[in-house]
Design a protein around this ligand. Structure first.
Ligand code: SF4
Length: 257
């Protein structure tokens, strides 16, 4: 199967039944079922950072397949509230998560050369930190998969405006599945409330998007939902290297939330 830029789910070799389901504009649950069916449980995994969208997907995925593979990245800078929701999620759903960490020697060398708070020095150093603490361990994990599931929504930010339910991830060389690509923030929270899904307490304190402690802050009313992430950078720079498409971070500025 040839893999080109912008390759979408429609380009994947699918059985007639699965292809037909995709053409009917699959729901989030259907997208997850299709992914598990198409790639197999061993070759597709969900990457969670325990944000609101991720918690919705965890709830759906565990109900579809309690043994579906779920992993997370421990950057060493996660807020205590994120650790708390991790523990609560594991307990409530009875699941086991794989926790990925950066290579200790890589972190040690980076900190020795640039300091522990290098992310505030420049965009380049911030991206270096994200690369060492997030991208490298993720890359190693994704090398064994055919597809990964993410909680991206098109309406989250300018860097995510073109997110599709199924797309080819040109950075890591596998399919990326975004079951909530077409969901609104309101719909996410309705699902959480209606299904008693555990969520990060920071969401109630003005943090719609939560990452590492030193790189995340609460937002003001009316700000973009990712305005609190790397707030000192321009909106089109705000990704950590995990979610890039068409060779760039931003595709269009739609002023989305
Ligand atoms: S979000 Fe900040 S602390 Fe976390 S990996 Fe990126 S630069 Fe480093």
């Amino acid at each position: 199967m040839s893999k080109s830029k912008n390759m979408g789910w429609h380009s994947v070799s699918l059985s007639g039944k699965v292809r037909s389901a995709w053409r009917q504009n699959s729901s989030a649950e259907e997208t997850l079922r299709l992914a598990l069916k198409r790639f197999g449980r061993a070759r597709v995994a969900f990457a969670t950072s325990f944000g609101a969208e991720d918690q919705v997907i965890t709830d759906m995925l565990v109900k579809i397949d309690p043994d579906a593979k779920i992993f997370t990245l421990d950057t060493g800078w996660l807020p205590a509230e994120t650790d708390a929701v991790l523990k609560k999620t594991v307990q409530q759903y009875g699941i086991s998560l794989e926790i990925l960490k950066a290579r200790p020697d890589a972190v040690k060398n980076m900190v020795r050369e640039h300091g522990a708070n290098l992310f505030y020095d420049s965009v380049e150093k911030r991206k270096l930190c994200c690369h060492v603490r997030k991208v490298e361990p993720l890359k190693k994990k994704l090398a064994a998969l055919k597809a990964w599931i993410c909680g991206l929504r098109a309406g989250q930010s300018v860097t995510r405006a073109g997110a599709q339910k199924i797309e080819w991830d040109e950075v890591f060389g596998l399919y990326k599945i975004n079951p909530l690509a077409d969901w609104t923030e309101t719909r996410v929270w309705e699902y959480i409330k209606n299904n008693n899904v555990p969520y990060n307490e920071l969401h109630d304190r003005g943090y719609p998007s939560i990452g590492c402690s030193p790189c995340t802050r609460a937002i003001k009313p009316g700000e973009d939902t990712r305005a609190g992430r790397w707030w000192w950078e321009r909106p089109e720079q705000k990704e950590c290297g995990l979610h890039i498409k068409d060779g760039k971070l931003a595709r269009r500025d739609n002023g989305s939330s």
